[in-house]
Design a protein. Structure first.
Lengths: 78, 589
């Protein structure tokens, strides 16, 4: 199942790259450093997804997450 | 001077809320819907430029001022009031119905306020009516969350009042227009930023919105932050610090949403993320950017309430709101899933949905200012938004396996909730397919075409490959039964300490002072009642303490003729000595 998924996504990626190359990217009126890279946003989406997940989980596990009843002692004390 | 044309919409809602409180419960939902419908009728006849002037005490007030910016917000708030009313048609709780109507009305009051005094009044009414929607859930956790919400908002309201008073002192005018710098504007900016949930002032939103009622949170998600966006757009457009604040907000919301287990808290963090786009655009201040912020606010109200409605049906049906306890609902609640996904596609910016035509306007505004990093970071936030709202939340709520021991048995959901969702979904799709409908309402003329081939392709690339990333890491994305610390840690963690220092210690201090003053009074009374007797007693006590003579007899309760008293001659001697001193004083000085 995973192999099929990866094959399909590779094909889709290649389609996007071809579409990008033949549709004149980088010629709009706002040109950025990445405007000339074909398939840039596909890679950006994929890698950005990985960065967000890994980065946030890192922050959570090593710093910010606590047990669900963390505040109950503070809330319930009168 | 109040004619048909310039009756403030807020008044319609306030009067309606009062009426609603006295109507019988069978009629209330219908009356509830009639009020936004009536307001919409008035809106259609409203022209920019209408205003209502007013002299109050010494101030020149403009409680009602209509222009294109406030008109578009007015439209979306009234529409939201209506669909919210449809969604909550089944609610019989008078508190919720009256306070949500009052909430909508006060939001309209702020948006159409031309002067700061009216703004402040309606701002505070908003805070109070929204907290009732949280308290309406009537369970201890929600009560506490509501109190924290109220404390934060009252603090913000005080800052606002301080800023307004200072502003009036400095400029002599109460009118609500663009603010120049100065300490008064910073105070007002602080208050607006607090309501817009700019970190670090955002914790109230993620703390309180998940604790509201199912229908109440739908209203909550739509109004307070967007009213603050309107206020920022009116008063602080072009302020550079908002650019940075917006970008940080957009990423902040997404990062924290990854860690969230409660589905409504996850959506609340995404509110912060999306409002970040609007704040960023307001900071840019160009016509395209303000248009983008307004358009995004319009779409956001619609799709965010749709998302809250969707998860609201899940919570209503199952009573569960945590991803770790939900799962496998697709067969039982397919309609909720489908309508939820309309909202999810909208927030992610899929073509043909409302987010595509509004979010991209903001990013385009960044692009034409050549802000490369900002455009990239905002796109990154889009990736995260689709990941959580469009993929993770629906997957783990409707698909996947519930980790509970017993399978979830959802109870039937009132049809009105689905009708409300369908209406909202229809609006999201309509705006997406025909953006001109929205663009015509925007404050400035729109020179933007969202449906270009390159833009559509860019978006599809971004979203499809985010989906791939999700699919590959799906094992790591399930909820964890934990909470994430946020900036509310700073006032929640020390809450016991603060209670001890500010309440208990102060009470004890007052107790000690009271005791001391009472004993001082007792001393003076005893001394003045019988000074020589008291002095004798004092001497005898001192003799006992230092020289170990016999213990002095305690003060008798009744008259004792045999008690020791100073000879009368001693007092005569004292008086004589006093008179001699006076005489000597007179003669020699």
């Amino acid at each position: 199942m995973k192999r099929i998924c990866l094959m399909v996504s590779l094909i889709v990626f290649i389609i996007f790259v071809l579409l990008d190359l033949f549709s004149g990217i980088g010629t709009g009126h706002v040109v950025f450093p990445w405007s000339h890279i074909a398939g840039f946003f596909a890679l950006f989406g994929f890698i950005g997804c990985l960065i967000i997940i890994i980065g946030s989980k890192f922050i959570g596990h090593y710093w910010l997450q606590r047990k669900e009843d963390y505040y109950d002692r503070n809330d319930n004390d009168e | 001077m109040i004619t048909m044309n310039n009756i403030p919409l807020a008044i319609i809602f306030v009067v309606g809320a009062v009426l609603l409180a006295i109507l019988p419960h069978r009629v209330r939902p219908v009356a509830y819907l009639a009020i936004p419908a009536l307001a919409f009728y008035f809106l259609l006849h409203l022209e920019p430029g209408v205003s209502l002037n007013f002299h109050f005490l010494n101030y020149e007030l403009v409680p009602y001022r209509v222009d294109r910016l406030s008109l578009v917000f007015g439209y979306v708030f009234v529409i939201m009031g209506f669909v919210g009313g449809v969604y909550s048609f089944h609610v019989k709780d008078k508190l919720q119905q009256v306070s949500s109507l009052l909430y909508v009305g006060s939001s309209l009051g702020v948006v159409f306020a031309g002067d700061l005094f009216t703004l402040l009044v309606f701002w505070e009414i908003m805070a109070v009516s929204s907290v009732c929607l949280i308290w309406a859930r009537r369970r201890p956790k929600s009560n506490r969350a509501g109190f924290r919400y109220l404390l934060v908002h009252i603090f913000g309201g005080s800052m606002l009042m301080a800023g307004i008073i200072l502003h009036y002192n400095q400029t002599g005018s109460m009118l609500f227009n663009h603010f120049e710098g100065g300490i008064a504007s910073y105070l007002i900016l602080f208050s607006f930023a607090l309501n817009a949930a700019v970190p670090p002032l955002h914790a109230w939103l993620t703390d309180a919105y998940p604790e509201g009622t199912v229908t109440g949170s739908v209203f909550l998600s739509a109004f307070t932050t967007k009213v603050a966006i309107y206020a920022l757009a009116r008063g602080f457009a072009g302020l550079e610090v908002l650019i940075w604040a917006g970008i940080i907000m957009a990423i902040y919301g997404v990062v924290f949403a990854v860690l969230e287990n409660d589905i409504r808290r996850l959506l609340a963090y995404h509110i912060i993320s999306q409002v970040g786009y609007m704040v960023f655009a307001i900071g840019l201040g160009t016509e395209m950017a303000i248009n983008g912020a307004t358009a995004h606010a319009f779409s956001h109200i619609m799709y965010k309430s749709l998302l809250f409605m969707g998860v609201g049906t899940v919570i209503y049906a199952t009573g569960e709101s945590k991803l770790t306890r939900l799962g496998g609902l697709a067969r039982a609640m397919p309609l909720a899933l489908g309508l939820y996904m309309v909202g999810a596609f909208s927030i992610s910016g899929f073509p043909l949905f409302s987010g595509f035509v509004s979010k991209s306007m903001v990013i385009h505004g960044a692009e034409i200012e050549h802000m490369a990093a900002a455009a990239l970071l905002l796109s990154l936030a889009s990736v995260g938004t689709f990941l959580h709202t469009g993929l993770k939340l629906p997957y783990f709520t409707w698909f996947g396996n519930s980790r509970l021991l017993k399978p979830l048995k959802p109870r039937p959901v009132p049809r009105c909730m689905y009708i409300g969702m369908a209406l909202t979904a229809g609006i999201c799709i309509t705006i997406g397919v025909q953006p001109a409908l929205l663009y015509n309402l925007l404050p400035f003329t729109v020179h933007y075409q969202p449906y270009t081939a390159s833009h559509v392709m860019q978006t599809m690339q971004l979203l499809i490959f985010t989906g791939l990333g999700f699919w590959l890491l799906i094992g790591k994305l399930g909820g964890e039964a934990k909470i994430t610390l946020d900036t509310d840690w700073f006032y929640r963690r020390p809450s016991r300490l603060a209670y001890t220092v500010f309440s208990v210690s102060i009470c004890r201090f007052f107790g000690v002072v009271e005791k001391l003053s009472l004993s001082l009074v007792r001393f003076i009374t005893k001394l003045s009642a019988n000074p020589p007797g008291y002095l004798v007693e004092l001497v005898m006590t001192a003799k006992y303490a230092f020289l170990r003579t016999e213990k002095p007899a305690p003060e008798p309760a009744t008259f004792n003729p045999d008690r020791y008293r100073i000879p009368l001659g001693v007092m005569v001697l004292v008086v004589l000595l006093g008179l001699i001193i006076l005489l000597a004083w007179d003669i020699f000085i």
